[in-house]
Design a protein. Structure first.
Length: 251
């Protein structure tokens, strides 16, 4: 069957985006719409994390970065923070077989030192267990803020300058990238945000400069394989120019 002109994109190589970043929003609203307490939304949100991670690995996505807990999220009520931390800890333990089966390497970015010792212990254990996996990289952004990341990078750059190891005139974009939490993190090709808000919310500020944005009204607990594939189909219709004029291949 031939594709219609609207469907055809000569830049579409049929591959999924190499790096997908997701702002998982709307757990609370999902619960509220159903007359449930917020924790029920977070719990269902963990099921979406599992579904989306497994589907991304199956489709051949190289990197998936999930905004799991922001620096701003510490302002939430203590009881909700405790629930989110317990869910995270449980996820890090329970998902080890799935992570290993799918050849996923789990890693993290953010002010990890802010996380409690018990969360850090399970995070370190899952990172160590999966360190040799060569499939998709799953990055959890924890106590993460884009501005905090740039402030932390700037502090470390300033220390290098002060110690005489770095010439200020030699600082360029690649220097800054080298001092981010994970210099190996590729720029996201696609940034997905669930629950409809048209905001970047302090996520990967440096890295999303040329990312394609996809905002869906679907709340995170309802965002599953089908919704992910719809986002990828939309992405494949985009033409990426990176500020230039010529058409370039997607991903
Ligand atoms: C937004 O919902 C979501 C979060 C605060 C973080 C996402 C957390 C999870 C999916 C659960 C644990 C994470 C992992 C990786 C196991 P919201 O509470 O801001 O929703 P609202 O804006 O509708 O109130």
């Amino acid at each position: 069957m031939s594709k219609s002109a609207a469907e055809f994109n000569k830049n579409d190589d049929g591959r999924p985006p190499a790096h997908v970043a997701i702002i998982m929003d709307g757990n609370g609203r999902w619960a509220q719409q159903k007359g449930l307490i917020r924790v029920r939304g977070h719990r269902r949100g963990v099921d979406s994390v599992r579904a989306v991670t497994t589907e991304c690995a199956r489709l051949g996505v190289g990197s998936l970065t999930l905004y799991a807990f922001s620096v701003e999220n510490w302002k939430r009520p203590q009881a909700e923070i405790r629930i989110l931390m317990n869910l995270l800890k449980k996820f890090l333990i329970d998902e080890r077989p799935t992570i290993m089966k799918n050849n996923i390497r789990l890693t993290s970015i953010g002010r990890i030192e802010d996380m409690s010792a018990d969360v850090r212990k399970e995070l370190n254990a899952t990172e160590a267990l999966s360190a040799k996996n060569r499939g998709m990289v799953l990055r959890l952004a924890l106590s993460y803020g884009g501005r905090a990341e740039l402030a932390d990078a700037t502090k470390r750059i300033a220390r290098e300058v002060k110690a005489g190891r770095l010439d200020p005139d030699a600082i360029d974009e690649e220097t800054i990238r080298a001092f981010l939490y994970d210099p190996s993190l590729p720029d996201p090709d696609l940034l997905i945000r669930t629950a409809g808000e048209m905001r970047v919310s302090n996520f990967l500020l440096w890295q999303v400069s040329y990312s394609e944005l996809y905002v869906t009204p679907v709340c995170w607990p309802d965002f599953r394989e089908r919704e992910l594939n719809e986002a990828f189909a939309d992405y494949r219709r985009r033409v990426r120019k990176f500020g230039g004029l010529e058409r370039v291949t997607v991903s």
